[in-house]
Design a protein around this ligand. Sequence first.
Ligand code: FAD
Length: 520
Amino acid sequence: MSANSQDPGTRERVWRSPWRSQVPFPGLAYCVGGRSLYWGGWSPRLTAADLSRWPADIATFLQAAPGSFDGYQQVEKEIGVWDKTDYISGPLFAELKTKMVGVKGSVPTVDDIEDAPLAVQASPPASGLFSFDKYSSAPILIDAIREASGAPDWRRRLFLVPRAHVIRLSTSGGVVNQIEVDANGQRKFLTIDPTCAVVLANGTIEATRLALESFPTPLMGRNLMAHLRSNTIVRIKRAAFAPSLPKQLEAAALLVRGSTPQGRYHLQVTAAAVLGPNSEKDMFQMIPDVELLDSTLASQDADWSGNPDPTQPKATGAPPSWIDLSPDQTDEFSMRRAWVNLVKSANEDLLWRAMDDAAIALAQKLAGAPSNIQYFYNKDASLNAPGATWHADPPPPSTSNNRDDPANKVRDGLGTTHHEAGTLWMGTDPNTSVTNLTGRFHRIANAYAAGPAVFPTLGSANPSLTALSLSRRTALAITSRLLDVESDFTTIGSGGLRDWQMAGSGGFIELGANIIESVD
Ligand SMILES: Cc1cc2nc3c(=O)[nH]c(=O)nc-3n(C[C@H](O)[C@H](O)[C@H](O)COP(=O)(O)OP(=O)(O)OC[C@H]3O[C@@H](n4cnc5c(N)ncnc54)[C@H](O)[C@@H]3O)c2cc1C
């Protein structure tokens, strides 16, 4: 870049696509916090049906009996999903939910209507504190690093190595003993003590590539899964809603769950007063800005409510998709790139069609009459071509998911959802799974994987809530292992500092479910 006019913008400097595939992928965000800086915040739980092929221990950990505190609930509180209505509420939300519940029985594949599980904590956790807003791992990590940096290096528990790219892990006798890394352009070799745990958390595809490069097994890279996504955009006249709705338009969101014999889907329904057709962009990807708020409110068309109302169906199955190491493509560190083979099956095509149809059918039921609804799409050209506008007829069913194909009116490409998962899946048997139930590689004593890579199946739910819940479990397993006790040891507490009273000076800290003496 030699002039300001050539500035590619932050996004272009952050995003890179390290792997190769027959379908386009947006790649990874190479920054602290990764894609959690960009994500939409949708955090639905996997349902009992989604978890039916998961190891029973994990399914129970995630989703215990209703009313009891389970793995999901803990993370839902941490990332702001709970309370679900502190961010989305108000008369439009209430009206939309009532109407949706009222019409759900008339769309055959729809099973349930739920409050939108968004990872946004909109109200302050206590008086005098700011709210946490949308969750990202970056602020928490930076906060912890700032706190740790107060101590001299020999006492610090947490370091961030900037501009570092892990290249390979070396093993000896089933233990990782060295990390090869490019740090700020220099190749370094970091010796790892056998009691140290190494966690691969660099995205599903890159974590799998690193594992294949470092300690391959024949199963690694199989079981690749992703979601199928469409974006159906409609606007519905205010006449279809209660006359008591306030004049000013509001944002509302709901989750719709559905199923067919081919699998399950969900619709992320968002309705908002927005400047263009992308309500998600203005809702929870927006940095609040008073001028934008003014122009958004000024742009509202009082005859149309929920303007527009995109629904984003998603579904999954388990197509024969996989990752391996490319024989002829290398990256800037001279390492083999991942080759990603992502395909969909005929059954998944049927499910995709059922989702698209359900989105239109639900919107029509909400509108009540054809004169109350319009659909946003490009009648004569492809999704990528300019010219999309409002139409009285629904988009014809899409027979393609190529954005350059005029036969595709609503569908995204297979590689675009950022929900790739499954290639280092968990299980109890080393012959049929890659990692154990704590996320540790079966044949490596001190290496773990964290993220959607460890999912046995993907189900119809955005992956982050489940990935975070399992990562928390992995972290606990690592810290507990380091604090191993004799077999005849019995605990005198339930873990944690609760119920203990301090006597004298000194201090203790909680680590996982343990109390350890603090050095301070
Ligand atoms: C626009 C957008 C919207 C999304 N919306 C949702 C949503 O609503 N709900 C949901 O559940 N999910 C959503 N996702 C997906 C979600 O963000 C990802 O599933 C999640 O971030 C994956 O987490 P991860 O830790 O596995 O990978 P990432 O978040 O990609 O993190 C990987 C990290 O590893 C680093 N890294 C990569 N390679 C190396 C290496 N060799 N050495 C060192 N570091 C490395 C990267 O810099 C990055 O920091 C969305 C994603 C995007 C982009």
